[in-house]
Design a protein around this ligand. Structure first.
Ligand code: SF4
Length: 443
């Protein structure tokens, strides 16, 4: 729970010396409670009180960095329950479980597949985030497979083992990559915490019950472990979503610091469709890390697409650089199609122009990322803005003809645009799907 002004006052020197610029320690405490001042303003505060107060100033869900210097990513630091309230900040990490009882050749194949799971969608690169190595055999094999994974991928790793010695050996080998350790429970937490502390590693705290989990994280904090991920274990989908939601709610709405960490969900399904649906549900409701086993690109792309949509800022539409894009081997005779710089509009037009196999130019007009009709309604996509874009890209030097193709939905712009630009306006199809036939019949 957040400390009140009076709680904070009890931690201060209570001398009312005024060095902080306020008349009393109580006034200073009230300002700290409102987060209006930094704790450093009081030069006499004890180290212990400072630590407690600095913890209070942290975001409600602690940011946790996974991975080493070469490749790392941040989890947590979320501030809202719902995306429309502001935005979700750090996309859920998607990881893959590799089991150590498989043959080396099979594991190499899996790693290779995982390394290739990169996709470009609406101008953004979608990537997977980590590999979790799971111990099913002896300590030696777990270590061997951990080394195999470390030597064949740059992705951050997670070590899953119930064997303290095996976990320690693998942690030592992987330490520079800062692996995530799985997992501390009420029975082993002091031993796992010792490994995490020795190698400065993040740690998963696991308990089926949320109150028990809070108790566990407090115990780990007392041992100096701060970089935690929470796991409420294997449950049916509804119960797991309930847990993930409660963890988020407790952290954001109840200021429950003991549960203010990113969370983990492990999907254990053999059917790839079920696996994808379950992973999608956990990403939507509020997992920080989701682990799956399926490596098919169609499955992974569907999950990453959903993640991309959830984690884009709803107040900032995905947009591309507004400029003239040549598609194919264009010439000075190539047609010029006009659209907006909303990523989805541009990439939809692009794919249809590519499908037509007719080299063309696409002029993406700066509409602050709005789609065609929205931008037209907001007066961002009109004769003036299009003419400005034509001048900016020096269209007269690029093509010799005087024709522009505009989207069918804004046919109303034709007259004004012809007048302002001096170009003949041809009204294109309303839907991008009509572009290939339209371009083929153009002449
Ligand atoms: S500087 Fe510290 S001790 Fe002095 S009044 Fe401010 S809070 Fe109190």
């Amino acid at each position: 729970m957040a400390l009140s002004g009076l709680d904070i006052y009890k931690l201060l020197p209570k001398t009312n010396c005024r060095k902080c610029g306020l008349a009393t320690c109580l006034a200073f405490a009230m300002q700290l409670a409102k987060k209006a001042l930094a704790v450093e303003k009081c030069p006499f505060i004890s180290a212990e009180a400072k630590t407690i107060l600095e913890e209070q100033a942290l975001p409600p869900i602690k940011p946790v960095i996974l991975g080493g210097d070469n490749l790392k990513f941040e989890l947590g630091n979320e501030t809202v329950m719902f995306r429309h309230e502001e935005k979700f900040r750090n996309p859920a990490a998607l990881g893959f479980i590799i089991e150590d009882n498989l043959a080396d050749s099979k594991i190499r194949g899996q790693i290779e597949k995982i390394n290739q799971l990169k996709f470009e969608r609406v101008g953004q690169l979608l990537e997977v985030n980590l590999i979790a190595i799971k111990q099913n055999t002896g300590a030696d094999r777990f270590l061997e497979v951990s080394e195999l994974v470390l030597n064949n991928t740059v992705l951050p790793v997670m070590l899953i083992s119930g064997d303290i010695d095996a976990l320690k050996q693998a942690a030592a080998v992987a330490a520079v990559r800062r692996p995530l350790l799985y997992c501390a429970t009420k029975d082993n937490f002091s031993q796992i915490a010792a490994i995490a502390k020795e190698f400065q590693l993040p740690l998963v705290a696991a308990a089926q019950d949320i109150d028990e989990l809070a108790h566990l994280t407090k115990g780990l904090n007392a041992l100096g472990i701060r970089d935690l991920i929470l796991d409420t274990g294997e449950k049916n989908v509804a119960d797991k979503i309930w847990d993930l939601t409660q963890l988020r709610r407790q952290a954001l709405k109840k200021s429950n610091r003991a549960l203010g960490y990113p969370s983990l969900a492990i999907v254990d399904k053999t059917d790839p469709y079920e696996e994808a649906m379950e992973a999608a549900a956990y990403i939507a409701k509020y997992a920080g890390i989701v682990l799956i086993k399926g490596l098919e690109s169609w499955e992974v792309l569907s999950i990453l697409t959903l993640r991309q949509n959830i984690y884009t800022d709803p107040q900032k539409p995905l947009q591309i650089e507004p400029k003239l894009y040549p598609v194919g081997k264009t010439t000075k005779e190539s047609p010029v199609l006009i659209t907006t710089n909303f990523s989805l509009s541009y990439y939809t037009v692009l794919s249809e122009v590519e499908a037509s196999k007719i080299p063309s130019y696409i002029l993406s007009v700066d509409t602050e990322g709005m789609s065609v009709l929205t931008a037209w309604a907001a007066e961002k996509f009109n004769a003036e803005s299009i003419t400005k874009s034509l001048d900016k890209c020096a269209i007269r030097d690029v093509v010799v003809h005087k024709n522009l193709i505009i989207p069918g939905y804004v046919a109303i712009l034709s007259g004004d645009l012809e007048e302002q630009s001096g170009y003949k306006v041809i009204v294109g199809p309303k839907e991008a799907a009509g572009i290939p036939v339209f371009l083929k019949n153009l002449n």
